[in-house]
Write a protein that binds this ligand. Sequence first.
Ligand code: ADP
Ligand code: MG
Length: 754
Amino acid sequence: MSKMKSSESVKVVVRCRPMNDKEVAANFERVVSVDVKLGQVSVKNSRGASNEHPKMFTFDSVYDWNSKQVELYDETFRPLVDSVLLGFNGTIFAYGQTGTGKTYTMEGVRNDPERRGVIPNSFEHIFTHISRSQNQQYLVRASYLEIYQEEIRDLLSKDQSRRLELKERPDTGVYVKDLSSFVTKSVKEIEHVMNVGNQNRSVGATNMNEHSSRSHAIFVITVECSELGLDGENHIRVGKLNLVDLAGSERQNKTGAQGERLKEATKINLSLSALGNVISALVDGKSTHIPYRDSKLTRLLQDSLGGNAKTVMVANIGPASYNVEETLTTLRYSNRAKNIKNKPRVNEDPKDALLREFQEEIARLKAQLEKRSGKKKKKRRRRHPGEGGEELGEDEEDEDDDGDEEAEEDKDAPDYWRKQQDKLEKEKKAILEDHSLVADEKQKLLREKERKMEDMKKEKEASEMLAAKVKAMESKLLVGGKNIVDHTNEQQKILEQKRHEIAEQKRREREMQQQMECRDEETLELKETYSSLQQEVDIKTKKLKKLFAKLQAVKAEIHDLQEDHIKERQELEQTQNELTRELKLKHLIIENFIPLEEKNKIMNRSFLDDEDDHWKLHPITRIEDNQQMMTRPISAVGYKRPLSQHARMAMMMRPEARYRAENILLLELDLPSRTTREYEEPAIAPKVAAALEAALQDEDEIQVDASTFESIGNKKSKSSRPKTGKKSSTPTSASSPGSSASPLYPQSRGLVPK
Ligand code: ADP
Ligand code: MG
């Protein structure tokens, strides 16, 4: 028994559903038989040779097609949920081919109390337990999530397109980041949470049947319980219940799938095959590495498989012959899971208990409230002398007192406020009636009173708000017999009790029968004495035959398993081939169409993110330790930024500190050198000059000589003027004769009056 405490096996139960209408109509043979008493299932392999023995499997308990939901709950699930209420972690898996009753077992038919599944039954169980508890405070919250194609969706969140990530913390382990959880105060509330989640589940799916057969749904209930320990301290225990409706276990058809579709197909059952690998590795005993990290499901439920949790696995099977392969696979799979050892323990005072936060917040708010109504409280304190001893005692009594205290407050509070108000009103009246006061003074006093009244009103509102907040928070913390009352009568309670006892007895009986069966075979041998040699031969032959049959069965089993393995390997090889082919195509494209340099750059930047198993690229700036990109220019060694040659020279040469480290050039205007010259008259030799002078002189004389033909001469000189090029001399020479011959000027034509 002591060993049981430190480690316990995963409990595996099998449930076979009834034949459905179609199967009955098609007249399928029933190949599954169930021995409920012994906890054995046998499967007849109709395809094998006719003399082949049926395959036998033994489990913790088995349920046939007549099994009732309540029966399963009382015998198998109730003890687990009880453990959760004590602070253990618990997990219930439903495993099996699609259409074998996983959802029926987990959820069942919601509105029918007879056919309700584990999840609704556990709601009832948990809240009934709380309502009957004494001196304990409870906080219950629920979350609901789904894993589809390795993506996690929060079924309770408003934004259904968002995908959540898994994170790990050293103290609390793996958790889903940003998963919403709702504090629920009653069965109704938690049922509502489940309904909302279920609605969201179908919203995201185009084909609900296909979707549910390919996705895992996990409903999580966290129960926190606070109780006074033996050491006089308040302790919190936290139990977490995972209710898992797994994807259908049938093999997904991958043949012929390519590209995106192949990727999808390989992802669909990744979590499920990873679960199988984890189970194998755990049972193997030789494996040092358990591949939890291979899928989201196994990471999330790491504790439930070989860790700190109590786990029940329900293997659902169908009875008809055409499902025989899947049924056998399911039975083998769950048969292995039986051997997983868990190490459950009570989670006491974990750091992240929400209940503790609530309690602290309530205490803080209460203190605030007390401060506000300090006077009032003081009065009342005197009326309740010597209250409470130890910490929680006070707390608890507080709880108990709260009832009448609240009632008192209800009576008192309005009274108190009314009295104050009356007092102020009276004072106001007195002021109004007081004739000895001056009008001004009266007004002032009145205003003051009114302000006081206003303040009082505000104060009252604030206190009321605080009180409401405290009340709201306290209502979330459930206390048996107060916030939550059990309405079942004594007779029903006794009936329930008896049912549990019967369930327990049944379980023990089955265990004993299984043990007896084992021992029978051993002891028979020891006890037997033989009266004659012949008898010994007979008996031993019989035994030999029996053993031989067993040997054959085992051999057949080995053969089957090998065949299964071969089939699985072929499938894997095929997938691998497809993937290799695709990889080759990608290679071809990269090698031929992407420049080598670019490829290398990208290769250097890429890394595998373990958290979400995706290849990612480092941001470009981070490559600097590779010294390939974004290195600082050589000119900037030791400086804040690249410097020009000029700036550096300036720094060295000039004493002033200004612009020392700056890259500013100080430049005077650099005037360009002159490219033109002043005009100089060409130098003329004196002889030439004299000759020219002489020549011009002559011309003058000629003009003078021709004074009789002035009009002609004038015209001539005008036209000849440009030819000489000498402006200064010509006009003088021309005007001088003109001035003397003024009567020869033409008459004005009258345009400009003279
Ligand atoms: P799964 O979730 O494994 O795909 P379901 O739970 O949806 O399968 O069950 C398929 C059908 O079989 C449902 O119509 C369900 O009501 C019926 N069924 C399954 N198990 C039982 C059972 N034990 N008794 C009666 N009906 C059952
Ligand atoms: Mg289902």
